[in-house]
Design a protein around this ligand. Structure first.
Ligand SMILES: [Zn+2]
Length: 335
């Protein structure tokens, strides 16, 4: 197809005249602004903006830092309960790749003014999902937050990508002044030595490597109770027995940190009855997901999702039998 034909297709008749007129003037030697010799040659930059994002919450400030993307691989192997074709169509209809589901790991650090509280910690030194994870400390450095300044780490559950960043491979606490808050049900299940010989071995070994060295700093929180001032635990069992989400509030504003209530803005949100291969009890996980997403949507509570597309902050609304996620616009200027 010739360029002239492209123009005919792309521009309505009136615009086409204007466009062709400008092109003719240019060809005749007229100068347009910025039409100088600007054929600059530069190497491709290939770097990216720092991996943190900041926003206000009442009197508090939230800094989301990333542990890096976590590629799950073949979606048909992880998302169950409907055909692989249906999963593939849901992804392609949302303009997402159908051969690999890539989750983010969005970790909010909330500065309440008198306390720095981090929610979940990423994969840490485990490379079970490839080399792109384990970036937490680098992202914190980019954000200007020192590990020694973290007062509390609040864990949604004890899976490998949520407790993995608490200790180094040589058993050192990476956040030397932090207390670690987790449900007793998850601590007991995922640090159980007897499971080291079974199918959950990799998850149990990583939970033991991260939780046992800081055992004397672990505090067990209770469901539907305050974990810390401004942080309340809400039971969301099924993904793991002791999985919780958290209400985080300051100065009359709040959001819910979703942990693994839903891993994906399309697959487990638009169709919340889909099951996830890593759920301990998929049926119970579906019940928790539908019940809590319904409540969050009805109350218009903003959500901070660990695994949604960066930086994972937005709102949920009912849509048919499921929910639609509306990412909040990123505000890149803060006064
Ligand atoms: Zn997870």
């Amino acid at each position: 197809m010739s360029r002239a034909n492209d123009t005919e297709i792309l521009l309505p008749r009136a615009s086409r005249r204007g466009f062709l007129g400008a092109a003719a003037a240019l060809a005749a030697g007229a100068t347009l602004p910025h039409a100088g010799p600007a054929l600059a040659k530069a190497p491709l930059a290939k770097n990216q903006a720092p991996y943190f994002y900041r926003f206000g919450l009442g009197q508090a400030e939230v800094t989301v830092v990333s542990d890096g993307p976590l590629p799950l691989g073949d979606p048909g192997a992880s998302f169950l309960g409907v055909s692989k074709e249906t999963v593939g169509k849901m992804l392609s209809d949302s303009f997402l790749p159908t051969d690999n589901v890539v989750l983010e790991q969005n970790i909010p650090i909330v500065n309440f003014g008198d306390r720095l509280v981090m929610f979940d910690t990423g994969m840490g030194f485990s490379k079970a999902f490839g080399p792109t994870t384990g970036r937490l400390l680098k992202s914190m450095e980019e954000a200007g937050i020192r590990p020694g300044d973290i007062d509390d780490i609040v864990c949604s559950h004890a899976h490998i990508d949520h407790i993995g960043g608490i200790c180094s491979a040589d058993d050192k606490a990476l956040f030397p002044n932090a207390r670690v808050h987790i449900s007793q049900a998850d601590f007991d299940f995922w640090t159980d030595e007897a499971k080291l010989g079974g199918p959950l071995k990799a998850f149990v070994a990583h939970a033991r490597a991260n939780l046992l060295p800081v055992r004397d700093r672990i505090v067990f929180f209770k469901s539907e109770a305050e974990v810390l001032p401004g942080v309340t635990a809400i039971a969301a069992p099924g993904h793991t027995a002791g999985h919780h989400i958290f209400n985080v509030s300051s100065g009359g504003k709040s959001f819910a940190f979703l942990g693994d209530l839903t891993h994906h803005a399309v697959l487990l949100t638009e169709n919340p009855r889909l099951e996830f291969a890593y759920d301990s009890d998929p049926k119970q996980a579906v019940q928790s997901r539908v019940r809590l997403l319904t409540s969050l949507a009805e109350n218009k509570t903003p959500v901070m999702s660990f695994h949604f597309a960066w930086p994972g902050f937005g709102n949920l609304a009912k849509a048919g039998d499921g929910f639609r996620y509306y990412p909040a616009p990123m505000e890149m200027l803060r006064g």
